[in-house]
Design a protein around this ligand. Structure first.
Ligand SMILES: Cc1cc2nc3c(=O)[nH]c(=O)nc-3n(C[C@H](O)[C@H](O)[C@H](O)COP(=O)(O)OP(=O)(O)OC[C@H]3O[C@@H](n4cnc5c(N)ncnc54)[C@H](O)[C@@H]3O)c2cc1C
Length: 468
């Protein structure tokens, strides 16, 4: 028997999910000096790149250009992409085990964390996950409607996603039309009535999770003023002490920018972004639509781990508002027949090796990367070392990977299976055709691209190109 990982018996790996973590895992596999690896990557969407396409804000094109790196990985002759093929629906975990020596789950975090407060599901209260998916033309969200007739919105959360949501609401039509925002979202936002957007941070400005470039962008918007009250930019003694001790460069820059906003004269732009800190929502009020939000003032206390936590006081405030966007974090969802940690929203793992919580044993041949491995934190680049770590474990395990019937461990047998299940699967070269078409459709309107937003549209467009 030839050795697994040799040219005669390549190591066959299925990667489920084509976001950054999936692509960095593929890249790390192809970099193995002594192992021949064949990678098949699956995605439930016809389009690859996960949140680089469906999450990163449309006005951040430079960040999206990371997809060129993924194109290079995809050009490896040992790489195949099966887009429009969903694990758990079109193909099962058992079938993957029958065809591959190892499976890497790279499915990201597909839903949102809940606030768990009354009124959370009132019409007019939306998770950021949905709004972000909607403006980025993600097929799951393209048919959603957001009530943009309201004048006042609250964005709950203090991370970069909350910044994105706030910025998109506060941007002018001219700013948005230069981007690849979904065309229907561009139209809806053109007539958006929202003028006041209040961002709520549970803790203080020194603990905010956003980064400085995002904070600075607020101050550069054509049609929006940023309003920071002096008390919101002030450093309390605990934050000051943490500051002096830790010298967190991002927090220091953020505090300087906040100071600038406090002193900046408020202009008379059409919209206003208000940044409030040390407030948490306790109830969203309204009868058949959001009408107001009740907040509690927090104070900072030192937690058991030494970090500064928010603790509710007995001071409440209710502000009238017609729209609420909840941006308190993404959350993983379970995959059929794969262990899942409900509390953490992740696949339980030890440095990327999937672990069965019932037995505390490793699940043979199963690995995990990215947000579904460590939770929804970190930027695109964070996923690279994370995927390398998992791939190192997989390579270390090569000799003990579950055996696969050699007749099934071939590229052809998978191709046959997928064709029988999902004849309209999308390959990487198909995607590159769609990518080109989106870009050329955009050129006519001087936009970077016009995104397809439904799967039938994508499949039809591909059929037309191929039959032309
Ligand atoms: C709104 C938002 C904005 C962001 N902006 C930035 C930014 O500006 N800069 C930055 O560096 N980082 C940004 N990030 C973070 C970055 O996007 C993540 O770190 C990264 O995308 C996580 O990668 P991932 O591969 O784990 O998950 P994802 O990117 O979510 O990829 C998961 C993939 O798995 C697929 N999938 C899910 N379930 C299945 C299934 N059952 N079968 C097959 N396929 C499946 C999905 O369709 C998706 O393509 C942002 C994140 C969000 C949410």
């Amino acid at each position: 028997m030839p050795q697994l990982g040799s040219a005669e018996a390549p190591l066959r790996v299925a990667i489920i999910g084509s976001g950054p973590s999936g692509f960095y895992a593929a890249e790390a596999l192809f970099r193995q000096p002594d192992t021949v690896v064949m990678v098949d990557m699956f995605d439930r969407l016809p389009t690859p790149h996960g949140l680089v396409r469906g999450g990163v804000a449309p006005d951040h094109p430079k960040i999206k250009s990371v997809s060129k790196v993924y194109d290079k990985t995809a050009a490896n002759p040992n790489f195949r992409f099966y887009g429009n093929v969903e694990l758990g629906k079109d193909i099962s975990n058992a079938e993957l085990h029958a065809h591959y020596h190892a499976i890497i789950y790279a499915v990201g975090a597909q839903t949102d964390r809940r606030l768990g407060i009354p009124g959370e599901d009132l019409p007019g209260s939306y998770p950021a996950t949905e709004f972000v998916g909607w403006y980025n033309a993600h097929p799951d969200f393209r048919d959603l409607k957001f009530d943009l007739t309201q004048k006042s919105a609250v964005v709950i959360g203090n991370g970069n996603v909350a910044m994105d949501v706030t910025r998109i609401l506060a941007s002018s039509y001219e700013e948005l039309r230069k981007t690849d925002i979904a065309d229907y979202a561009l139209e809806a936002l053109r007539t958006c009535n929202v003028v006041d957007i209040t961002m709520l941070g549970r803790r203080g400005p020194a603990q905010a999770a956003y980064t400085n470039p995002e904070l600075k962008e607020f101050g550069e918007l054509e049609e929006a003023d940023v309003i920071v009250r002096p008390e919101d930019a002030a450093l309390d003694p605990l934050s000051q002490a943490a500051f002096d001790k830790e010298h967190d460069a991002t927090a220091e820059k953020n505090m300087k920018t906040m100071e600038e906003y406090v002193h900046r004269p408020v202009g008379n732009k059409k919209k206003r972004i208000h940044m409030w800190f040390l407030w948490s929502p306790v109830e969203i009020l309204g009868t058949d639509h959001v009408e107001a939000i009740k907040l509690v003032k927090n104070e900072l206390v030192v937690g058991a781990d030494g970090s500064l936590k928010a603790r509710a006081t007995d001071q409440f405030e209710t502000i009238p508002v017609g729209l609420v966007f909840r941006s308190i974090g993404y959350m993983g969802v379970p995959l059929a027949d794969v262990p899942f940690d409900q509390r953490g929203g992740v696949i339980p793992n030890d440095h990327g090796r999937v672990m069965d919580p019932a037995t505390s044993q490793q699940v043979p041949g199963e690995y995990v990367v990215g947000w579904i491995k460590r939770g929804p934190s970190g930027i695109i680049g964070t996923n690279k070392p994370d995927s390398v770590e998992t791939v190192n474990m997989l390579i270390e395990d090569t000799a003990k990977l579950p055996a696969v019937n050699p007749a099934d461990a071939t590229p052809e047998s998978v191709e046959q299976l997928i064709k029988s299940r999902k004849p309209d699967y999308v390959s990487y070269s198909d995607w590159l055709l769609l990518d080109q078409l989106e870009q050329s459709n955009g050129q006519a309107q001087e936009r970077p691209r016009i995104k397809f937003s439904t799967i039938p549209e994508m499949i039809d467009a591909l059929a037309k190109i191929k039959n032309a």
